[in-house]
Design a protein. Structure first.
Length: 108
């Protein structure tokens, strides 16, 4: 995984989100989720292109139920953008790179 993509878990979630100076886009995903696999390479591209402005975090909902419940993730992929430790934007479902960047621009 690229260095600007962090693997999140129930145990490190709050620390990683609150300590980040950049906005953090968290990808709530699961191994069995087809659309999640489609979004993964797009998120890697965005992480590289937006380095210094945006970090990407990936949280496997099957292994981290507590955090998924806390943010009421009902379907995946769900992307939540955090700034200063607070959720600012929620994107549900697989989106293309252009559409994803367009939605993110309003809060970046």
């Amino acid at each position: 995984m690229p260095p600007n993509i962090v693997t999140l878990s129930d145990s490190n979630f709050d620390e990683e989100i609150k300590s980040s100076e950049e906005a953090v886009l968290v990808d709530f995903w699961a191994e069995w989720c087809g659309p999640c696999k489609m979004v993964a390479p797009i998120l890697q591209e965005i992480a590289t292109e937006q380095e210094g402005q945006l970090r990407i975090g990936k949280l496997n909902i099957d292994e981290n139920l507590e955090t998924a419940r806390r943010f009421e993730v009902m379907s995946i992929p769900t992307l939540i953008l955090f700034r200063d430790g607070e959720p600012q934007l929620r994107i549900i479902g697989a989106k293309g790179k252009g559409q994803l960047l367009q939605e993110l621009q309003s809060v970046l």
